[in-house]
Ligand binder design. Structure first.
Ligand code: ADP
Length: 397
């Protein structure tokens, strides 16, 4: 069985062809700079072979067609490959979609309507779906929503304290994102610990370029840091996370920023990049080591926010069995893990510095021998989760 997974962004398409049972990746790639005047690019890897190409890519269909050419060049003609399903990452499922869903015209229309809730994310996801429909019309396509896992958040956690009529009219509530990752990782945690999901309280830090934290009781989420949009919560690569909403009013009045200016500032010019000039954690580390005080300060703000949520979720859950780190920063940065959990021995949380700094890559424990709370690092794999969900849904159709 083979599944093509597509993650279509505003100017890029990430894709992977994989076997959902084993998780074996047959080929993967990234099409970048779609629609840019000075040309686009593709990097495609199949086994040991990587091919690259630079050329103008006017739209997502052209980008995907180029990817299909690269598949053929490296020995996998997708039209002949017997693909069982195509799984699409779709960011916002609103109130409507809370499980992976087979895409038909009506579903596509609804995802389009939900673009008002995610104007930066859903439209490029739709372009990816339309491109695949053009190129592989016979293959079932499944939408896997980033919000779905958090559909059942308790009312107290999902409700914003604003006029309820306004909230109702405009769909304003906390939806949560990175759900595919949080769900996958929480499942891996229960496997790793060999305990049933319903016996565990978990806190999961997904720390990539975007970052969120989730609190789970018995496998179900009871809170998460992202909200109506992926802007809320933790400090991220380029997003601010939590702010006093009054800052927006203040900037509109005093700096005369309009909606687009505020959007750019908070989504792309804030977070680590806004404070330190870089959003990549490796470069941030280099600058801290070189004595850059802005980089140091940005790091401290980042860690401060992690601890803020950790404290909140410890109390919300009334105790936790496992704290897990995942995604680019969570999996690879021992300093962040150590600093986020420093000095919490009285809460039963102790990190073993040897285990924490070991160069392992798989799912692993980093808590000290006597730590009541298990501290884990678990690599996420959203593509695999999407592929498995796509097969499950396509199989039912
Ligand atoms: P996203 O999928 O949200 O774009 P990732 O999960 O790939 O993000 O995470 C990107 C972040 O992870 C970057 O800040 C990057 O510096 C960091 N990162 C990735 N690999 C490493 C590594 N080997 N060591 C330290 N940081 C890493």
């Amino acid at each position: 069985m083979r599944v093509l997974v597509v993650n279509s962004g505003s100017s890029s398409i990430k894709y992977q062809l994989l076997e959902p049972e084993s998780g074996t990746i047959i080929a993967s790639g990234l099409v970048e700079r779609i629609g840019e005047d000075d040309g686009g690019a593709i990097e495609h890897t199949a086994g040991e072979q990587t091919v690259t190409d630079k050329r103008k890519i006017p739209d997502h269909t052209a980008g995907l067609r180029l990817a299909f050419d690269k598949f053929a060049e490296t020995g996998h003609d997708l039209a002949q490959a017997g693909i069982t399903a195509v799984g699409h990452r779709v960011v916002h499922g609103g109130e409507v979609f809370y499980r992976p869903t087979l895409i038909d015209d009506q579903v596509l229309r609804t995802i389009t309507e939900l673009s008002t809730l995610a104007p930066l994310h859903n439209p490029p996801n739709i372009r990816g779906i339309e491109a695949v429909r053009t190129l592989l019309p016979e293959v079932p396509q499944v939408a896997v929503f980033d919000t779905a896992f958090f559909h059942g958040l308790p009312p107290a956690a999902k409700t914003y304290a604003i006029d309820s009529q306004v909230a109702e009219t405009h769909g304003i509530r906390r939806y949560g994102f990175h759900g595919t990752s949080h769900e996958y990782v929480s499942g891996r945690v229960t496997e790793f610990l060999g305990r049933p999901a319903d016996s565990l309280n978990q806190i999961i830090f997904h720390l990539g370029n975007g970052a969120s934290v989730a609190a789970l009781r018995g496998g179900r989420p009871v809170d998460t840091s992202m909200g109506l949009t992926p802007l809320e919560g933790l400090v991220m690569g380029t997003r601010s996370g939590n702010l006093d909403p009054g800052i927006i009013l203040h900037l509109m009045r005093t700096a005369h920023l309009d909606v687009d200016g505020i959007d750019r500032l908070l989504n792309r010019g804030s977070g680590l990049r806004g404070m330190a000039g870089v959003n990549d954690f490796r470069e941030l580390r280099r600058r801290i080591d070189a004595g850059d005080t802005a980089a140091r300060n940005a790091y401290d703000v980042y860690v401060h926010r992690l601890r803020h949520y950790l404290g909140a979720y410890l109390v919300e859950l009334g105790g936790v069995d496992a704290i897990t780190f995942t995604a680019g920063v969570g999996e690879n940065n021992p300093d962040v893990r150590a600093d986020a959990l420093a000095g919490l021995e009285d809460f039963g949380i102790a990190v073993d510095s040897g285990l924490n700094t070991a160069k392992d890559r798989g799912a692993r424990r980093i808590s000290a021998e006597g730590s009541r709370v298990q501290v884990l690092v678990v690599p996420t794999n959203e593509e695999l989760a999407i592929a498995r969900a796509a097969v499950a849904v396509a199989g039912m159709s």
